[in-house]
Ligand binder design. Structure first.
Ligand SMILES: [Zn+2]
Length: 241
């Protein structure tokens, strides 16, 4: 149920169907020389439309939050970054307003690694207000599944490029796809990190990407996400072994 397609009256009367909302969170950011700036918006968007087709009446879908935080890649042209503090505050108030409207459970369907800090901060505050919140980072949470389909992962790498080829192949310039196999030795931040580790705004091997792999990623991960959505909707958060 795409919230923005409902009238106020219909939104209210359909609340009994579900109190769970997905907020897709993206970014406008450089993705190699071959991928569109909206890549991190498009992946959550496609997951949402597949979820809507399969279990549309069981979950609300909010409009996308398009701008996020890019610590590493902000010097590449076309990257529009907002600080984590600002994003966290904004996202918190959106969640709070949703809670006040009767939406008690929330999934941030996130498309961009730089957003995680802000989403975690906002989540903590929303949980304090009584909301149940999950942050879903598809390329991390379902890495094991993705690696049954692709050889590797990376920013604008094989998995993400495959995803966007499936979203809309006309937006991808495969003749400009490259690879960058540098891997960090440590989780350490330094000023040139983006330039060094994400040379050409890319990590991994985009040349291995195909539309077919993208289709498999979306199908498999959408199934996994739907399992999670149904568990959350039913309030089943743990098992006892
Ligand atoms: Zn991305």
């Amino acid at each position: 149920m795409y919230i923005v397609n409902f009238t106020s009256d219909d939104f209210k009367s359909n609340l009994k169907k579900s109190d769970l909302v997905i907020i897709p969170v993206g970014m406008v950011e450089a993705h190699g020389h071959h991928m569109p700036l909206g890549t991190d918006i498009f992946s959550p968007r496609l997951f949402c439309s597949m979820i809507e087709k399969i279990i549309g009446d069981k979950v609300w879908i909010a409009p996308e939050i398009p701008f996020g935080q890019s610590f590493d890649l902000s010097f590449y042209p076309g990257t529009f970054s907002v600080p984590s503090e600002v994003l966290a505050e904004y996202v918190f108030h959106i969640g709070k307003s949703m809670l006040e409207n009767g939406l008690k459970k929330l999934i941030f369907l996130n498309g961009h690694g730089g957003n995680v800090t802000a989403l975690s901060l906002a989540s903590q505050r929303l949980v304090e207000l009584g909301m149940d919140v999950m942050i879903s980072n598809w390329w991390v949470d379902y890495s094991k599944e993705i690696l049954t389909i692709t050889e590797g992962q990376g920013h604008a790498g094989e998995d993400e490029t495959s995803a966007i080829l499936y979203y809309d192949e006309e937006l991808v310039q495969m003749d400009k796809a490259t690879k960058n196999n540098k891997k960090p030795l440590l989780k350490i931040n330094f000023k040139e990190r983006g330039k060094v580790l994400y040379e050409n705004a890319l990590s991994g091997d985009a040349t291995l990407a195909t539309k077919e792999k993208g289709k498999k990623i979306f199908r498999l991960l959408t199934d996994r996400m739907i399992e999670a959505i149904l568990l959350i909707r039913d309030g089943k958060y743990y098992i006892e072994e």
